[in-house]
Ligand binder design. Sequence first.
Ligand code: PRP
Length: 211
Amino acid sequence: MKNNSKPLTIALPKGRLLDSVVSHLAQRGMDISFGSRKLSTVDSTGRLEVYKVKNHDLPTYVHHGIAGLGIVGDDTAAESGLSFTRVLTLPFGGTRLCVAAPTGTPSPEIPGGTVRVATSYVRMTRDWFHRRGIPVKIIRLGGSVELAPVLKLAPYIVDLVETGNTLAANGLEILVDMADIKVRLIANSAYFKLHYREIGELADIMMREKS
Ligand code: PRP
């Protein structure tokens, strides 16, 4: 059914989550198709105006209210340091944030000197070690973090683990399971108050069984 009110604005992350989000919405009657190289579109029901943005930029768009809504992992939201209204948790894309190291390395929780950790998740890593009073030296990397212990940049890494295949392929194992990472529908808090009813309807559709 075509929606007659103004569409809600929503940012979706480019990359591996996008296909899951698009298929989740399509299974509930909202088809999203971006023309070649186009970065914005309106879904087939007219309910959503969709912006395709870089994962790490998504919190910025929602924080500024450019997109009232966004779909994002807890990792990206936490690393942004910004706060949002959490509307709902989606049933896909969940991962774990873990401390890993070459097989046989002692846990970083065993008292010793400063723990050297390579990661893309600097804020979450810092918070986790600080909360436990463990001195930590964090080396920020943009990706392929599993290489760091192999090349002796740092003995420990903090990274997302889904299947564990990347760790295993690089001779690493999980030492600490730090946090469950979920994918959420988030909202700019002011936007949420203004569009409470429409966002509620969208959330109901997104939580439905697929049709
Ligand atoms: C993510 C994550 C791990 C890998 C985990 O990386 O950072 O490297 O996936 O998945 P697995 O447990 O199923 O092997 P991504 O592919 O997003 O690229 P990146 O290394 O550039 O972060």
